[in-house]
Design a protein. Structure first.
Length: 331
């Protein structure tokens, strides 16, 4: 079937006085790895639970695979959800955890065994089927939760902060594994995260949420290069936000500004003083105090010149940028 796998039309969900989801419209195409990105409390989990059927919208409707999900309970939706807490059963072993949903559906024993083995191999946990969750590392528990969500072969897999509980190194490696798995299986993944780097590096498209609304949706490149508002420019990556006229701003990425000792020939040139240098190996990030303006953030690559920052704290510098270096914003 063509058409989007998910279509959300004007969905609102309140909890008492809280507008957790305050009017969301959204389309997700088949085979996408779509990310919902936003700060804590902006409504990401609630939107995911609405898709899964654990919550019902107060108004609006959700179509999945072309079917209106109004009144359809979670187990009858072509959807599975991996919870942020993983929610593994401590008294069941790994295989038992993965098989649980299939058993409840009355799937025949030999088929359960085959599908559990397949799921274990997908997440590279062969041989660990007999362990209890308490005998696993955090990364392994995360894979069990993933296998349990995949074993039912949903068309749509919802993952709530799937990497948040892992330590940094493991988190970065696991990002690529999730992307590879999603491509290999050809499923649609919707990943919730508060981590913009994670969303940007994994997603084919993402939606930035704020206060229960989607403020912008697009590819990672769209959102980075063409943020629609100061909120998005600031949330995704670093940005200098300059007020160029009342109600008009320029979002200028740190790497679009050149730093030099002499006045540059660029369309815009401003003098300032370096107040901070953060050395990051391949690049350095400078904060520069300029006359009559906010502190400016400037990023410069160090690679070409060896690995030292070109300027030090206290240096007098020039900042230069081209006319088309930034994005003009009206909100
Ligand atoms: N079951 C609930 N009862 C009352 N308030 C809730 C409930 N679930 C979520 N909320 C509130 O709705 C808002 C959005 O929550 P949530 O969707 O969990 O945000 P996120 O996942 O983006 O951190 C928050 O203000 C939260 O406190
Ligand atoms: Mg959440």
């Amino acid at each position: 079937m063509n058409g989007p796998i998910v279509k959300v039309d004007g969905v609102i969900k309140r909890f008492g006085a809280v507008n957790a989801v305050a009017g969301v419209d959204l389309k997700i195409a088949r085979g996408e790895l779509f990310a919902l990105l936003g700060g804590s409390g902006c409504g990401k989990t609630t939107l995911l639970r609405l898709l899964a059927g654990f919550e019902q919208p107060d108004s609006g409707r959700i179509l999945i695979d072309g079917q209106d999900m109004t009144g359809v309970p979670p187990h009858l939706r072509p959807v599975n959800m991996m919870f942020q807490s993983y929610a593994l059963f401590p008294h069941l072993d790994v295989a038992g955890n993965i098989a649980y949903g299939l058993k409840r559906e009355g799937v025949a024993k030999p088929e359960i065994a085959a599908r559990v083995a397949e799921a274990l191999s997908l997440v590279k946990l062969e041989g660990l089927g007999g362990r209890r969750p308490s005998q696993l590392s955090g990364g392994q528990r995360q894979r069990v939760a993933l296998a349990r969500a995949l074993v039912k072969r949903p068309k749509l897999l919802l993952l709530d902060e799937p990497l948040a509980a892992l330590d940094r190194k493991l988190r970065e490696g696991t990002r690529f594994e999730l992307v590879r798995l999603q491509e290999q299986l050809g499923l649609t993944f919707v990943i919730v995260t508060h981590d913009q780097e994670e969303a940007m590096s994994m997603a084919s498209r993402l939606a930035v949420m704020n206060a229960g609304r989607i403020v912008q949706a697009g590819t990672p490149h769209d959102l980075y290069e063409r943020p629609a508002s100061r909120f998005v420019a600031d949330f995704i990556g670093l940005a200098n936000i300059l007020e160029t006229a009342p109600g008009r701003w320029l979002a200028l990425r740190p790497e679009k500004i050149a730093l030099s000792a002499e006045r540059p020939a660029t369309a815009h040139a401003v003098a300032g003083t370096v107040v901070e240098v953060a050395y990051e190996g391949d690049r350095s990030l400078y904060r520069v105090a300029v006359d009559a303006g906010p502190l400016m953030q400037v990023a410069q690559m160090n690679v070409a010149r060896g690995t030292e920052s070109a300027f030090r704290r206290g240096d007098a510098v020039w900042l230069g940028w081209a006319d088309d270096a930034g994005q003009v914003l009206h909100e």
